[in-house]
Write a protein that binds this ligand. Structure first.
Ligand SMILES: Nc1ncnc2c1ncn2[C@@H]1O[C@H](COP(=O)(O)OP(=O)(O)OP(=O)(O)O)[C@@H](O)[C@H]1O
Length: 250
């Protein structure tokens, strides 16, 4: 279980990114974080692997608390947390396979990692992951020549290379067309179930969140304003999450 309790983040300029945010995300489920622009979705996601350090609260994965963890404990915890990004963060001149192999760099000794020397076991693991996301035939292709949806699938395979317990997805479909969006969301939702992964993703599309997520957290002005099963997100409830933006801006 990933458990977030009373997280509060204030930026140096005094802006409140998060205010007393609490929720839990369970293994085998997809939690979508939705809310208007500036609501705090990115701040929340980045607080989960401490790319951002909130000044108060706890983030607990299993029996490890991350917000106050020392450097070594944080390094160990981060090995269990994979991440995928809106703009994929791939190394474009490298092949799909080489990009996926990058996912095990955190576990390798420095020299073989720097030299790009991978074991047979690592290479076959990476190929199996490309197969899992439907890209086995593209293993040797440079990622710059892949479509957006294919790039994101390489990003997913790279994240899985570290055998994570948690997959954090920062706007994973924001750059994709509708068809690739459905492919990528189906892969992520299926992986969550098949691998018992805790998936937390920021999304802008409410319809996609309702269709593919199990659990929805609505954020507005740094606070949780909705926390329930996806089926409970009626149009009225969704409008309320976003409506506050209009009120706040008025
Ligand atoms: N580095 C920063 N310094 C100061 N304020 C920040 C910083 N990053 C974010 N903020 C502020 O914190 C609040 C939450 O921002 P955040 O980026 O988490 O929102 P978001 O929901 O991800 O928005 P979007 O959907 O537009 O990406 C906003 O008011 C934003 O202006």
């Amino acid at each position: 279980m990933l458990s977030v309790r009373h997280l509060t983040k204030t930026y140096p300029n005094g802006k409140k990114g998060l205010q007393d945010v609490s929720f839990t995300a369970a293994p085998g489920t997809v939690t979508a974080v939705i809310g208007p622009s500036g609501a705090g979705k990115t701040t929340l996601l980045r607080s989960l692997n401490r790319l951002i350090t909130p000044e108060q609260g706890t983030v607990t994965l299993g029996d490890q608390e991350l917000r106050g963890a020392d450097a070594q404990a944080l390094r160990q915890a981060r090995r269990q947390i994979g991440m995928i990004f809106q703009d994929y963060n791939l190394i474009e001149p490298l092949s799909a396979l080489e990009n996926v192999l990058q996912g095990c760099l955190g576990q390798k000794r420095l020299l073989p990692g720097v030299l790009g020397l991978y074991t047979k076991a690592e290479t076959s693991h990476a190929l199996a992951l490309l197969d899992e996301v439907g890209l086995r035939a593209y293993a040797a292709q440079k990622t710059r020549d892949l479509s957006g949806g294919q790039k994101q699938r390489v990003g997913i395979a790279r994240a899985l290379m570290q055998d994570p317990k948690v997959l954090l997805c920062d706007e994973p479909i924001a750059s994709l067309d509708p068809q690739s969006t459905r492919t990528v969301m189906t892969i992520i939702a299926d992986l969550a179930k098949a691998r018992n992964l805790i998936v937390v993703m920021n999304l802008h599309q409410v319809g996609i969140a309702r269709e593919f997520a199990d659990h929805i957290v609505g954020v507005n002005a740094g606070r949780i304003v909705f926390d329930d099963n996806a089926a409970a997100l009626t149009e009225l409830a969704a409008a309320a999450i976003y409506e506050k933006e209009a009120t706040a801006l008025a």
